[in-house]
Design a protein around this ligand. Sequence first.
Ligand SMILES: *Cc1c(COP(=O)(O)O)cnc(C)c1O
Length: 392
Amino acid sequence: MTSQEIKSLTNQYVMNTYGRFDVVIDHGKGARLYSPEGKEYIDFTSGIGVCDLGYGNELWAQAAFTQAKKAGHTSNLFYTEPCARLAEKLCKRTGMSNVFFANGGGEANEGMIKLARKYSFDKYGKGRATIIPLKNSFHGRTMATLTATGQDQFHNYFFPFVEGFKFAEANSLDSLKAVAGDDTCAVMMELVQGEGGVLPLDKNYVQAVAKLCAEKDWLLLVDEVQTGVGRTGSLFTFQQYGILPDVCSFAKGIAGGLPMSGIMANEKCRNVLAPGTHATTFGANPVCGAAGLVVQDVLSDEFLAQVREKGEYLRAQIETLCLPCFGKTRGLGLMIGIEMAEGYRNGEIANKLVEAGLLVLTAGPGMRLLPPLVITKEEMDAGIAIMKKTLG
Ligand SMILES: *Cc1c(COP(=O)(O)O)cnc(C)c1O
């Protein structure tokens, strides 16, 4: 089919819930994507932080294909090997104790919220179920995670929302103390707020929250759906912040492009979700698990150090361009935010870049770059050249 035919068919039969770019993708290789007509794009998006190994990775495709031929799905009533091995890898590399596998980020965060409330109920009984997320956060599109998202624009249309969420200011321990009370059971945060505009939290603040949570027996819930799996230059971002969460969610990059998510619990929380309290039919899918094992093999410590170097290189190159539309860059590893200069709108700039062959994202009022973690210097330079030509 041609790009035009694919767009018409989509617009006729698929619900119009996304502000799509005017781009049709057919296939890719490395950090490059191609339309059906062969138009080339440099990809600084990874399908919103998912395709950490880029496109066309042979080992990844082989692993999924081999497992798909063996058994594509079994349900959790039976044991299978791939997710057992993936869970082991995640725990051994982070110090967490066990894993529950689900399918998407919002669903993983639902599990994290349920775990926190059950932990508190088991120990303290009713009336201690309030979760404190941060303002400007993003935690998903399900009813509870939409409620937990600290941006007013998300709290529309779908009333009534879920009870038991109160918001604290990011980077303010005083705000957290003011909001918390006898009803608090957990604090929930992204360590780098992603959709909110790529805003890394202060390390001192995060460590102080972790300490306070431990004192009060509030669970510290860390949403690493976007920041996890190597994106910021460590396997999980909490490792750079020097904390161990009680529960941590992951999704996007975990299986390199197949739908998979999950939560990891520390030793204190490993037995909270007992048989019958939480489940999902597609969870721990063996094809996704096999793909996830390939991702783990690629993300060696040496590779993660390269992610940090690439992030620094890309930011330095962007700042060197001194483009009139851009202000400062910020972020961690290959999760990069760019501020807009006065008078420029992120959506317009993104459209210009995409049209010129560079795929980028927006977040909050700025730009956001989430290139495949395997991106090469040559591919980064090709993207920078498009920025210079289009916006210079
Ligand atoms: C993307 C994202 C989610 C939602 O994940 P879905 O897979 O879209 O449900 C939740 N939290 C954070 C931090 C995210 O970036």
